[in-house]
Design a protein around this ligand. Structure first.
Ligand code: HEM
Length: 374
């Protein structure tokens, strides 16, 4: 990859840590960094020891969301929300996603030179989730700024966004209770498992989670896919000759530049991992980005192999919290890549403008991706 420098993707640092200090203690905040695949996978799957549980009495909606629950509560929430994410529901969105994608490309075609991030990769997932939730498309810009604030580093902005989203979704939930519509919020309001429904704060938490979990992540996957195709002429040629190679290529993008680079868990019981003793009450930071380049699992991990099989990457997590939106993210990204390759097979990146990552360690996100459409 011509852009593969440490400040963009710290592969050499990950490799060094996997070999010298794979379970590495950071005094500040009592956090252990996990770099090896097996350790990261263990933390994802062994929920009895590595807990996702947020506060016992959550005051912020996002703390009551499915992402911050352990069983049995997690199981119940997952059953409720899975009803709205069945493979049939997701496949049914394909025509809508295709038409949104082509409308974005029509607009981009006028300009020819665009920022793929702001013109394509970001608006697609936001528009799709807004459609699914049944909220006004006019609020798309507002969604984007809330979404940015929730994954950013400014705590004030984070709290403000959460309050504004709570007020916003409260109003919509009330409207859907009075007048049900054919949309995700209505489905969530009506969903029942063993007679139980989602509480107010859980409903709001889930809406907020969908906006955050579904937007920034898919945006970055699409952006990174374009970056990889632009850098690898062989990959572009193969995809142009055979579109059925797109899904496998996307899996390799999930692995190579994982959109979510890290997740956290709290240690519930003392446990030994790669020779270190982790104490209850401490935290682990699971470096997905490093696990996905672990040479004990992946041959030539720092090479991009579009035909890699098997490809057991952890880019979408593993275990009970495995990404609920995985099929949606794959569908949106596949449709976008198919459309770009069909309409602008020779698109290329403007190399005059240096690549820059955002300051988030959690996400692999570029500040911009200027491309010319040909
Ligand atoms: C490229 C796109 C995406 C990536 C890389 C991604 C990544 C992840 C990861 C790593 C997790 C596991 C979190 C954990 O174990 O703590 C997760 C969970 C989740 N994701 Fe995604 N995600 C993507 C797209 C989406 C989309 C499009 C949606 C929905 C619209 C979504 C909704 C969720 C939800 C609700 C969870 C929590 C599931 C649970 O706790 O049971 N994600 N995602």
């Amino acid at each position: 990859m011509d852009w593969n420098q440490p400040e963009i993707l710290p592969l050499s640092k990950f490799k060094e840590m996997r070999h010298t200090s794979p379970v590495h203690f950071l005094d500040q905040g009592e956090v252990w960094d996990l770099y090896r695949y097996e350790d990261v996978k263990e933390a994802f799957t062994n929920y009895a020891i590595f807990s996702s549980q947020g506060s016992e009495n959550p005051k912020e909606p996002i703390d009551s969301s499915i992402l911050r629950q352990d069983p049995p509560k997690h199981r119940q929430l997952r059953m409720l929300v899975s009803q709205a994410f069945t493979p049939r529901v997701i496949e049914g969105l394909a025509p809508k996603i295709t038409s949104i994608t082509h409308a974005l490309l029509d607009e981009a075609e006028q300009a020819r030179s665009i920022d793929a991030l702001t013109s394509l990769a970001s608006p697609l997932p936001i528009t799709v989730i807004a459609e699914m939730l049944g909220v006004s498309i006019e609020d798309r810009e507002q969604f984007r700024s809330w979404s940015d604030a929730l994954v950013g580093t400014d705590h004030e902005a984070y709290l403000k966004a959460q309050q504004e989203m709570t007020d916003y979704f409260n109003t919509i939930i009330e409207e859907r209770r009075r007048e049900p519509q054919d949309d995700l919020i209505t489905n969530l309001v009506q969903a029942r498992v063993e007679g139980e429904s989602l509480s107010e704060i859980e409903l709001i938490g889930f809406c907020i989670l969908l906006l955050v979990a579904g937007n920034e992540t898919t945006t970055n996957l699409i952006n990174s896919s374009l970056l990889c195709i632009d850098s690898l002429p062989d990959v572009r040629e193969a995809l142009l000759a055979d579109r059925s190679l797109i899904p496998g290529t996307l899996e390799e993008v999930f692995r190579y530049c994982s959109p979510v680079q890290q997740m956290f868990r709290e240690v519930k019981q003392d446990v030994e991992l790669s020779g270190q003793v982790l104490r209850a009450g401490q935290f682990v930071r699971m470096w997905i980005g490093s696990a996905n380049h672990d040479e004990t699992i992946f041959d030539q991990p720092d090479q991009f192999h579009m035909h890699r099989s098997p490809n057991p990457h952890l880019g979408l997590g593993s275990g009970i919290h495995y990404c609920l939106g995985a099929q949606l993210a794959r569908l949106e990204s596949r449709i976008m890549l198919e459309a770009i390759l069909e309409r602008f097979p020779h698109f290329h990146r403007d190399r005059e403008i240096p690549l820059e990552r955002t300051d988030s360690q959690m996400m692999f996100a570029l500040k911009r991706l200027p491309i010319h459409l040909y």
